[in-house]
Design a protein around this ligand. Sequence first.
Ligand code: ZN
Length: 355
Amino acid sequence: MMREKIPDKNKAISLILCSKHDINYTLSLEVNKNSTNTIVRNIYESFRMLGEASLVNRGIGSPDHATCINELFKLDVKTLRPLQIIDGLRKLRHNINYYGYISSISEAEDAISIAKSCFNSLFAEIDKIIGRIKQKRVYLTIDDSPSENTMEKIDFLFDKKIPAFLFCIGKMLEKNPEPIIHAIKRGFIIGNHSYSHTHFSEIPLESAYFEIEKGDKVIEEVYKKANEKRDFKLFRFPYGDKGGKNKEKIQECLRKLGYSQKPFSGINYDYFKEYRLDKDSDVFWTFDTEDYKSDLPKILKHMEEVNPAQGGSLLDFSSKDIILMHDTKNKEKFFKIIEELEKRAIFEGVKGLDS
Ligand SMILES: [Zn+2]
């Protein structure tokens, strides 16, 4: 039976995510005479899945190929090349599959050009129609606070009701406590990011203790000034450098001072457990936005990665993510990244941990 009339939003969502994954993978392939058919077929399939997603979302199950592709033509989207050329890909794929046709290099290159000119706008439109449910839950952590515009960032997040953990550099916090007092009063959690932001594996153990303890004291003072209770002691190593050969002793020091990663539950990535990142007393991260070195297009691309080379994925709903951002100078970029994260995820705070 072709028409089932049961809208299946979840299937539609998995189809569009799959199409996105496949197209990203395919566009990373090298074009040569062995890859032409794979490229043409994958790109065609990605478009077909988008059409199928739209149909499945409306309750039309198991549609044939032509119906899927025709579905795309009904969409009101601006693309750099006319959508009808996708039908040429359908015919080409038919010849590959049923007549053993081997695509030429130029046909594969044309398929890539079609993908680049049409896929993203179609994807965005269908994503919008389906209304992808935000299934991803994340913790937002911001390192290297405070800066000259921390206050504005706090107000921005507060207006959006986005909870965040700010890891502060003690030395900078001493000089500029106001924005952090402001943040504490608005319910943000302050963490220790050491006193002077050094590499822990490059300093003697005594200095490591000093870095932690001095940073701790500065934060304690700021909580007092804000007249708020410090519920959690959180620590993040500068550069993620856990101290090399001194690691265990430093962990012990953190434990003794009451540091833990209690607010951060639900990190289920295998590698996170394998490296025992869940067992340590400091807070690591699973998703580095790379805001300090990447431009916006690169950051957005990273957000759509299904199987990144390292770290977590915003499209893997089996784990929560600890997002790493920085209190950088460029606040406009910061705001933009937050808005993009907001489209994809729900931010978790520390509510309900009192019990
Ligand atoms: Zn840092």
